[in-house]
Design a binder for this molecule. Structure first.
Ligand code: SF4
Length: 340
């Protein structure tokens, strides 16, 4: 199993830090007097990818596509229904309690809502230092305080902030506190789960710049989850587009933005403003409006999950057979019967 986990990624030929294979998460729906299982929410439906150290994978899709559930299953904050996750060749999915505690130091998460994810009754020092205490990473109070100051300065805050409470900070500052909390245990992988979605556009850019600086200073690897392709464009080396629990396209960021292959990616991209006029020639300009809403993950459509909204869907094929991811270029895979 370990040998498999250390396989080379298709994208770059580098050894994978993280490997995810056929990850599935179905949430049971219970009903009736006996609270029996009466259905399943198909949140994640067979997600596979590899991520080399030092790279950023952007994961994009509309609300309910399973991107956040995928992130939480990787960390086992939610138990996956099936599938495998390996980190540095070690199985995360099969890890026992003590192995999982050790893995929790290597893999951290930053949540979307910095207002909800910081305990309002704790000082910044206590919030950032919680993991230092749990993992016994500092021996004396002076060492603890020095580490908190170092972490605050790393994220662009100062020693003055350590005795304050979360309500005294702006949204962007609170997200910096969240980043400092994640960095406290010196992780290798950080999952940024809609980490900038709740912030104003100018603040989003500042936080993304900070994350990029930290990546080059500390050699971090990111999974950057967002519902908007424009948010992940600059930070991602590769981008995976998800629809109803499945990856429908994955490619190097440049390839995905200039030559998207999946009709869903094309539709998402057509809604993204293009600031660089040189790209306008390469990227489709006409806005593609998708009909209807994303179907319920309780009863996902048969065959290709996207067929109910796809302008290119073929009856008798797309509604019957689920397409698998196929290579359409180097490190570029798409799940569509009409491509590849
Ligand atoms: Fe559209 Fe069919 Fe391709 Fe699915 S498989 S994206 S429905 S053309």
């Amino acid at each position: 199993m370990n040998g498999d986990a250390r396989s080379l990624t298709q994208s770059t030929g580098k050894t994978a830090l993280l490997k995810v294979q056929d990850l599935v998460k179905h949430f049971p729906i219970r009903g009736g007097l006996l609270s029996r299982t009466v259905g399943q929410v198909h949140a994640v439906d067979g997600v596979s990818f590899e991520l080399p150290a030092g790279e950023t994978l952007g994961v994009v899709g509309e609300s309910g596509c399973g991107k956040s559930t995928t992130g939480r299953c990787i960390l086992r904050l939610i138990e996956p229904t099936s599938g495998q996750v390996w980190f540095e060749g070690k199985s995360v999915t099969d890890a026992g309690k003590s192995e999982l505690r050790a893995l929790a130091r290597d893999m951290q998460i930053i949540f979307q809502d910095p207002f909800a994810s910081l305990n309002p009754r704790m000082t910044v020092s206590a919030i950032i230092g919680e993991a230092l205490t749990i993992h016994k990473l500092t021996k004396t109070r002076a060492e603890y305080d020095a580490r908190i100051v170092e972490l605050l300065e790393t994220v662009g805050l100062s020693a003055d902030h350590m005795r304050r409470y979360p309500h005294e900070f702006s949204g962007g500052q609170r997200q910096r506190i969240g980043i400092a909390r994640a960095l406290a245990v010196k992780p290798k992988l950080i999952i940024c789960d809609e980490a900038v979605s709740a912030l104003d556009v100018s603040i989003q850019a500042q936080v993304i710049n900070l994350l990029e600086d930290l990546q080059s200073q500390l050699g971090l690897t990111y999974i950057f989850i967002a519902h908007d392709l424009s948010v992940v464009e600059h930070i991602s080396d590769r981008v995976a587009v998800m629809y109803l629990g499945r990856i429908v396209e994955i490619a190097a960021a440049k390839d995905l933005y200039t030559t998207p292959q999946h009709p869903y990616t094309e539709a998402l991209l057509s809604a993204v403003p293009i600031p660089d006029p040189r790209l306008k020639r390469e990227r489709q300009q006409k806005r593609i409006l998708l009909q209807g809403d994303v179907p319920s993950p309780i009863h996902p459509p048969s065959g290709c999950h996207f067929h109910t909204r796809c302008p290119m869907a073929r009856k008798g094929l797309c509604d019957v057979q689920a397409p698998v991811l196929k290579a359409v270029g180097e490190g570029h895979q798409v799940a569509c019967h009409l491509r590849g």
